[in-house]
Design a binder for this molecule. Structure first.
Ligand code: NAD
Ligand code: ZN
Length: 342
């Protein structure tokens, strides 16, 4: 089969012919139709320090995907050949305390598809049957291949009650954009989204933000007063991984505000304002991955009842044009970029 492979310990990716993945008795072989590119894939492509420490080579990469069930291991029940599916990309141990308590997203031995084991940027991918998630008929293939990052957005946006609350979202990357649509869908009052990229801020407005502001020219606090807010934001969703954004967020939160932190700092994280956290009585919660499988259930249910995240997909390429697709993602004038494997 054809696959996009990290073949050599140097920057780059290569389309290669490799054997189809092994199928264990509990596994499902999926014929991949569509995939989307994540920031993680950029790290692997550029072969940065993290990738050098983490990625076994050679290996097919990628974890955001959808396709159809091609073959079922002998022990797999409840799925059908030809069924449209996606899959949770964290493969967990099932034995640790968190797994056994139903907190599988917090497994201490989690293994990542396309990171620690062969991934989905390929004609076929093999995953444990328990990770496979059917896609309802009324959810398109395009949306089906971004359920992984939509799950990050859902898990973060639903981690605190936002009904009737004023929400600030720092970072209008694909996940911040989808969190905007979710916050609107579930009933937030004002939603303010920040970024330094005007292209992405334009999409944020289309996805339901009351204000989408470029913080390199407009201070977040000014926007608050402009909306008539008298106190501060109730809920903050940090989706940039940028220290300045978290500082801004903490300083504009109301007393008792709640912050969910998804963004991963790329550079050394600057110290946060400890005083503000104490005296404002803020709650900060780190967010990793998405709940298995409660988040999957909720996002699919919301998609079936009017949640529209389609504007986040800005580009499509055939898999063979992966190099161009990666260039578009890296340039930042894009939301989600989809690769077609059919
Ligand atoms: P992204 O890199 O596409 O988006 C980040 C956005 O932040 C960009 O649009 C960037 O322009 C913007 N930004 C830069 N400086 C800013 C500033 N000062 N204020 C506001 N915004 C600023 O990433 P994404 O794919 O949307 O993911 C969002 C974040 O979540 C990333 O940090 C990613 O690494 C992280 N992530 C975490 C998990 C997890 O499980 N915790 C999973 C997936 C992604
Ligand atoms: Zn575990």
């Amino acid at each position: 089969m054809k696959a996009l492979v990290k073949a050599n310990p140097e920057p780059g990716l290569w389309i290669e012919d490799i054997p189809q993945p092994e199928l264990g008795p509990n596994d499902v072989l999926i014929r991949v139709r569509k995939t989307s590119i994540c920031g993680t894939d950029l790290h692997i492509e550029s072969w940065d320090e993290w990738a050098q420490r983490t990625i076994p080579i050679p290996m097919a990469i990628g974890h955001e995907f959808m396709g159809t069930v091609d073959r079922l291991g002998s022990e797999v029940a409840g799925l059908e050949i030809g069924q449209r599916v996606s899959a949770e990309g964290h493969i967990v141990c099932g034995r640790c305390r968190n797994c056994q308590a139903g907190n599988r997203h917090l497994c201490i031995r989690t293994v990542g598809l396309g990171v620690n084991r062969p991934g989905a940027f390929a004609e076929y991918v093999s995953v444990p049957g328990s990770n496979v998630q059917p896609i309802p008929d009324d959810v398109s293939d395009d949306i089906g291949c971004i359920l992984d990052p939509l799950g990050n957005a859902t898990h973060t946006a639903l981690s605190f009650n936002v009904v009737g609350e004023d929400v600030v979202i720092t970072g209008a990357g694909p996940i911040g954009l989808m969190a905007t649509a979710i916050s609107r869908h579930v009933g937030a009052r004002y939603i303010v989204v920040t970024d330094i990229n005007d292209f992405r801020l334009g999409i944020a407005s289309a996805m339901g933000a009351d204000r989408a502001i470029n913080v390199s020219t407009t201070p977040l606090a000014d926007t608050m007063w402009d909306l008539g807010m008298k106190e501060g934001f109730d809920v903050g969703l940090e989706m940039s991984g940028v220290s300045a954004a978290l500082h801004d967020m903490i300083s504009t939160m109301n007393n008792g505000g709640k912050i969910a932190l998804l963004g991963i700092p790329e550079h050394e994280a600057a110290p946060i304002d400890w005083n503000d956290i104490v005296f404002k009585g803020l709650t900060l919660r780190g967010i990793y991955g998405r709940r298995m499988f409660e988040t999957w259930y909720k996002m699919l249910a919301m998609l079936q009842t009017g949640l529209d995240v389609a504007p986040v997909i800005t580009h499509h390429f055939p898999a063979a044009a992966y190099a161009e697709a990666f260039t578009v993602v890296r340039a930042g004038e894009a939301g989600k970029v989809v690769l077609d494997w059919t």
